[in-house]
Structures are given as structure tokens and as C-alpha cells.
Ligand binder design. Sequence first.
Ligand code: UTP
Length: 409
Amino acid sequence: MNYNEAKELLEKNNQSHLLEYFDELNDDQKEHLLEQISEIDFDLIKLIENADTPDERGVITPLDAEVSIKEIEENADKFRAKGVEAIKEGKVAALLLAGGMGTRLGSDKPKGMYNIGETKDVFIFEMLIRNLMDVVDEVGVWVPLYIMTSEKNDKDTREFFEEKNYFGYNKDYVKFFKQEMAPACDFDGKIYLERKDRISTSPNGNGGWFISFNKAGLLEEAKAKGIEYINLFAVDNVCQRMVDPLFVGAMLDGGYVSASKVVSKAAPEEKVGVLCLEDGKPSIVEYYELTEEMRYETLPDGSLAYKDGVILNYLFSIKALEENMHNNLSTHVVKKKIECLDENGNAKKPETENGYKFETLVLDMIHDMDNCLAYEVVREKEFAPIKNKTGVDSVDTAKELLKKNGVEL
Ligand code: UTP
């Protein structure tokens, strides 16, 4: 795209300010900016008109497929045997979603590089690898691990794993891939410049993983290796177990095409997405999408009807994902802090949310599945997300839980 074409395109979309500093740029920078402009999806920006309008939902009813902690204990031998068999046969892979920017934690480096150690180094990535290693030790085979990064943190992430020798994991079984980016804009829909020669972009949400995984050629490669199931997990939950034989076994035993680890809601008001049925298909709704009545509804045994809080640990059948890969996931417009230029053209890191990012979410993929098993885990053992430095879901709360579980920090 040349300058005149870019100018015309931007004028048509009310984004002419993106060329404000064009004359100050060298040839390479000019070329780079024009290329970025040619890639903008202006339809995304239109979505901000409905940013505050909640999504329309279908008919929500309680989920009909759950295994409780008690049922898991009762069936542990059977679930473990099935899970171990599938893992041993190389049918299960792990996929770490590490493309996020972790803005709430506020570190310049990838979130996984954050050191939560007190008397020694303990990095978030290291904790996750250790947890996966428990399965490797139990089953006796290396589990393929895919790591999704973004343009913003790919280099740092790869270098860190190299530098730390993959924390003892077999690097032949680790593959990185990058997710796509989306532009970010202010509250009026003006796309931000991050530098004079660069549009502010951010990773396009964790729901972007499947398209990027496929584009990177890894879907074909995984299938060729005989991988049939993939366990997605977030970077920030340092206690979670991934490719957990019992979890895998429970899904296979029930013949489900997807499964989600859940924690039982601590209270009806807890602000967590819950797994339920929407128009008869599995779905995850946010706490504010449940009516007051639903929030307090109970089942005959006295438990909450909508109690299965999701913790971003999902198991999918690759076949089921492929069957639905052409369904578009809805894009969420999310308020975030976005690095941009100030009025003098200097880079600025905002203290508060200053605009919108556009993200698709892995949780929306559940609705494309014919069924999904809610697999209950013990919150105090498996749920310690690190979103913030202090307070709720923070470095402090995660450390406390790790220590309670006997992890030395
Ligand atoms: P979060 O929703 O916590 O987002 O991601 P975040 O970007 O990491 O953090 P904040 O909101 O800016 O503080 C949940 C999981 O999804 C991954 C994250 O890395 C984390 O594991 N993620 C998120 C991606 O892989 N890509 C994205 O575009 C967004």
C-alpha cells in the first residue's frame, strides 16, 4: 500500500491521525507503518458502539454433565487408568496460553517470567513446567507442550526457556507459536499509535489460539503424531494440574468431546464465569449474565444450580474443534490500559484504562461443542491465578496457596 492509498483508506474510516508523524519517519519506518495500516480490520472498531451492551443470550439452564470431587474419588482408579493409557499412547498434548499482556500485573516481561520465589528463584513458567513434569513422571512419557505467545512477548519467552534449559523439560517436545494481533483504540474509536511509526496493537485474545495453531502448521503436525486431545491452560494459575490423568480419563470415560476443570462457587455472588447450558448446548456465562433468581437457584440436594466456576483449564477433542473451526467466535470489546503517544508524540504508559482492545475468548469455543463435562477440582489445591500484584487473585494469594500445598518458595 502506498501513502496515497493509506491516506484515502484512513480518511474513509476517520483514522487520518495515524499518518500525523509520517514525514518524520525514515523509509523503513514508513514502509512498516503503511503495511500495518493495510492490515487494519476497521470492522473491529465499529464494535465499540455496542461495547456496553451485554451479549444476547439464549435460554440458560443448569449443566447436566458434572463429576464432583466425591465422584472423582470413587472412580479414581478407572479414570486414572483411562487417562494414563491415552497419555502413554501420545494422544494428549498441553497448550499453554501465554500470549496475554498481563497488564494488571504490570511487568514489562512475559507474565511467565515473573519470579514468585522468596528464598530462591521460582518463576511462573517454572511452576507450570514442574506441574506438568509430575504427569511425565507418573506416566513415563514426555507430553507435547505447545506455547502460544504473541509478537509482543515471543522473543523474551523463547529466550527465557532456552536460558533456563526448559526447566528440565525435554525441549524436543516444546513448540512455540505466535497468535495474531488486533488494533487498540481510545474510547471514541480512534486507533492509537504506540510509536510514531507503529500502531498500537494487542494480542487478539486467547480464543485466537486455534486459528494461529493451524496457521503455524501445528494442527496438521499434531494430528500426524496421533494427538487427539489438547489441554489448554492459562499462564497465571500456578497451582493447576494439566494433562491430569484423572481429568483426561473422566472425559474419555463419559465419551465427552470437551471438558472443563471447575471449582464450586464459594458463594452465589462470586464473580466467576459458570459452565451451564445455553439453548441446550454447553456454554459459559459471566456472573452478571445470570439473573438474581438463577444466582441463588438450588438443586434438590441444596447445592447451587449454577455453581461450576471455570478456571481456564479446558480439554478439547481436536476432531470436535476442527468440525467447528469455521464458526466465528464473537469478539469482545475490553477496556484496558493501552500504551500510546501523548500529545507531544512521546510514548506513554497509562495509569488507568484508556481504551479498548478486541479479543476472542477460548471460553466461547465451549458453545460450539456438543457436550462438555464439568470436572470439579479442589479450589485450595488447584486455583491460584495471578492477575494482580496484591489483593484478590494476586502474587500474594498465589504464594500463600502454594506454601499451604507444601511448595517451597
Ligand atoms: P487474561 O484474561 O488474564 O489477560 O488472560 P492478560 O492479557 O494475560 O492479562 P491482563 O488482563 O492484561 O492483566 C488469561 C489467559 O489467556 C492468555 C493469557 O496469557 C492468560 O494465560 N491470553 C490472553 C492469551 O494467550 N492471549 C491473549 O490475547 C489474551
